[in-house]
Design a protein around this ligand. Structure first.
Ligand code: SF4
Ligand code: MSK
Length: 671
């Protein structure tokens, strides 16, 4: 029996996306949304019960007590599948970090075109963390040493990767005791593949022990390197005004959408698009100019540094092309759907691949090379502009929302105290007093198997009502942006009274956009700084905080979850669990599920759970936050204690008769 097709409202919460899905149906064009309806997920593989690691299989373990041909049990198979996914995710993030480190090296040695070291202060701070001398040295000399150190982390064979030093001291000690500190980034990823080859590691807990080490190579390794170098080269983000959703595309301009992850080329495209020569070239082609926008994490990178608008998140990549207004979609690595090329053939859009690692059959390949980055960027722009004349009918939904992104940990530190008193003290105090009940990081992808953006934004809004401060990254941040949750005052009336007071006093939105998916390391840094500030325990697992990825889909998300758990966080994933097993044979297939939750919690204080029900996600989040508050001896959360400060109080005072106001302010009645 064919599966029922979901309605547009069931497929996405975003009105712009709904409009484009109607257009897709009118044009008879499929998208990930319709393919997800047509493709019944495999319930055996989906539950982690299929092994295809060797030619004796694939083995599907669907019966109680069944093993693979080699004798592998369901628990071993699930653990192996999970660690392989974590290794792939860690590899993707870390390879991004490696590329950035190589660019830093080339910039330091004057071998690139178009790049400069934009944030010398961050370069000096990061270098000094590792003992690299900074006094009386040029930025290039320091950058050269830092690049060498970072490059060496990938191929290091023994010892400890250096960014680990940036974790709280107690956490480092715990990792050392458990023997999970990565020796080298590549080494742990290779070992994950080796251990899961046929006939190797077959103790599920032992396999999952290495999952922790592999995850740590990402969060406290490759991703941290990627974020550091991106900030050094392109500037550490600070708040600015941006826009999000498909309505940022323009009918009268050449639309170029950059999509993927690495900022190295997209930053150069931003620079080249402002070149008078390119603007003139676009005008000669009959356009008013070049309109750049982003999709996925490339969008986040250039949005938070340059204010370039985001056309959308993961599930918007096809929808942007469906507008018929995109001259070129320029992609690099990760989260790029192969379907783009076929979809684009219905329109004039060129799909331009740029990474030496990623080609798609039918796409135009213009390879990025940091040594001639500006030239390559201009070439891409001119190719896109040349395509403007081929544009046909367009349909751009007039839906867009303003947002304020750019909350790097450096900026959060600064905003809480200004230049002279920058610190996390006010945030810690707000949590300790109960004004802010706790912190939730809501991150990760879209997944067409759930209603796009719905889980992200529902969880966000419900937690805000409960005085939980939210930080977001990746496609989750764009989901919140599209709903207007990343604006200063916007939506504050729906925020709990204590959090509202804090937001009004500091002048921040209740949801802080912290960047792309590699930038989840900024959240690790914030948590570490909160520990170091004092009052919230001496390790990350004591902070009343939870991480959520309600609409996850990528292996990178699993790697992120693992390093957050290893760092002490409770992590909740929505949607399907890749290690769920069959409910009717739970007796012999829940070992992995239990181990990554209870087992990891016992060892690291953090745990990973897959929770499909959204209200249960929220309930568990709040219970965890309250449990951590209690363990710290903090006052029980009570929303009635707050809400009579900030703008509320000012308004209340303004509306009082003079005598009453005087009494309220000074405790004395009028003469
Ligand atoms: Fe089957 Fe074992 Fe080969 Fe996996 S490794 S496919 S369980 S025989
Ligand atoms: S892009 S990994 S869909 S967050 Fe980073 Fe979005 Fe997830 Fe890709």
């Amino acid at each position: 029996m064919p599966r029922a097709k979901r309605t547009y409202e069931e497929r996405t919460a975003d009105p712009a996306a709904q409009e484009m899905l109607i257009r897709a149906d009118e044009l008879g064009i499929g998208t990930a949304f319709s393919r997800a309806d047509d493709m019944v997920p495999c319930n055996i593989g989906g539950a982690g019960m299929c092994c295809k690691l060797c030619g004796m299989g694939p083995c599907r373990l669907t019966k109680d007590g069944q093993t693979g041909v080699c004798g592998a049990t369901i628990d071993t198979i699930q653990a192996r599948n999970l660690v392989r996914a974590i290794a792939a995710g860690a590899a993707a993030h870390s390879d991004h970090g490696r590329d950035m480190a190589f660019i830093l090296k080339a910039v330091a040695n004057g071998e690139t075109e178009g790049y400069v070291i934009r944030d010398v202060a961050k370069l000096r701070i990061v270098a000094s963390k590792y003992g690299i001398p900074i006094d009386k040295r040029s930025p290039e000399e320091i950058a050269n040493d830092l690049a060498d150190l970072y490059i060496s982390q990938f191929g290091q064979q023994r010892g400890e990767i250096v960014p680990i030093k940036r974790a709280p001291a107690k956490r480092q000690k715990l990792w050392r005791e458990h023997g999970v500190i990565p020796r080298g980034i590549d080494r742990e990823v290779v070992e994950a593949l080796h251990r899961t080859h046929i006939g190797d590691d077959q103790d599920p807990e032992h396999i999952l022990h290495h999952a922790i080490r592999t995850g740590l190579t990402d969060g406290w390794g490759g991703s941290m390197i990627a974020t550091d170098v991106s900030d050094i080269l392109f500037g550490t983000p600070a708040p600015l005004l941006g826009q999000a959703n498909l309505g940022v595309l323009r009918d009268d301009m050449v639309n170029i959408v950059v999509h993927g992850h690495e900022p190295s080329l997209s930053e150069m495209i931003v620079a080249a698009s402002q070149d008078p020569e390119i603007i003139e070239y676009a005008k000669q082609a009959g356009a008013k100019g070049v309109n750049l926008s982003g999709i996925c994490c490339t969008a986040n990178e250039i949005l938070m540094r340059q204010g370039i608008p985001a056309a959308g998140n993961f599930l918007h990549q096809e929808l942007a092309i469906l507008t018929g207004s995109v001259e070129a979609m320029v992609v690099d690595v990760q989260c790029i759907m192969q379907a783009l090329v076929g979809l684009a053939s219905n329109f004039h859009t060129k799909i331009i691949t740029t990474s030496p690692k990623v080609k798609i059959k039918g796409a135009t390949h213009i390879e990025f090379d940091e040594h001639r980055a500006l030239t390559v960027a201009k070439n891409i722009l001119k190719t896109s502009i040349d395509n403007f004349k081929n544009r046909g009918a367009t349909h751009i939904p007039q839906v867009r929302e303003d947002l304020i992104p750019g909350f790097s940990h450096e900026y959060i530190n600064y905003m809480l105290g200004g230049s002279y008193r920058a610190s996390f003290r006010p945030l810690n105090d707000a949590i300790m007093s109960g004004r802010v009940r706790g912190v939730a990081a809501i991150v990760g992808c879209n997944n067409p198997r759930s209603k796009q953006d719905y889980l992200h934004t529902y969880v966000t809004q419900e937690l805000l009502k409960q005085d939980v401060l939210i930080v977001e990254t990746g496609c989750g941040a764009i989901a919140a942006a599209k709903l207007g949750l990343l604006l200063g005052e916007a939506g504050l009336e729906k925020v709990g009274p204590g959090l509202k007071e804090v937001c009004e006093t500091v002048g921040i939105p209740p949801v802080l956009h912290m960047g792309s998916c590699v930038d989840n390391t900024r959240i690790l840094t914030v948590l570490t700084q909160m520990v170091e500030e004092g009052g919230l325990g001496d390790d990350i697992d004591q902070i009343p905080a939870v991480g959520l990825a309600p609409e996850w889909m990528s292996e990178k998300a699993l790697a992120i979850a693992t390093y957050c758990v290893a760092s002490g966080a409770y992590v909740i994933f929505g949607g399907a669990s890749p290690v769920s097993g069959m409910p009717d044979r739970v007796s012999d297939s829940d070992q992995v599920l239990r181990y990554i939750s209870e087992g990891w919690e016992e060892l690291y204080g953090g745990k990973l759970e897959f929770i499909a029900d959204v209200d249960e996600m929220i309930k568990n989040t709040l219970e965890h936050i309250d449990k951590k508050r209690k363990a710290l001896g903090l006052p029980e959360y009570d929303p009635d204690r707050f809400g009579r400060g900030g703008d509320n109080r000012m308004l209340e005072l303004e509306q009082m008769p003079v005598e009453e106001r005087r009494e309220a302010l000074y405790g004395v009645a009028a003469d």
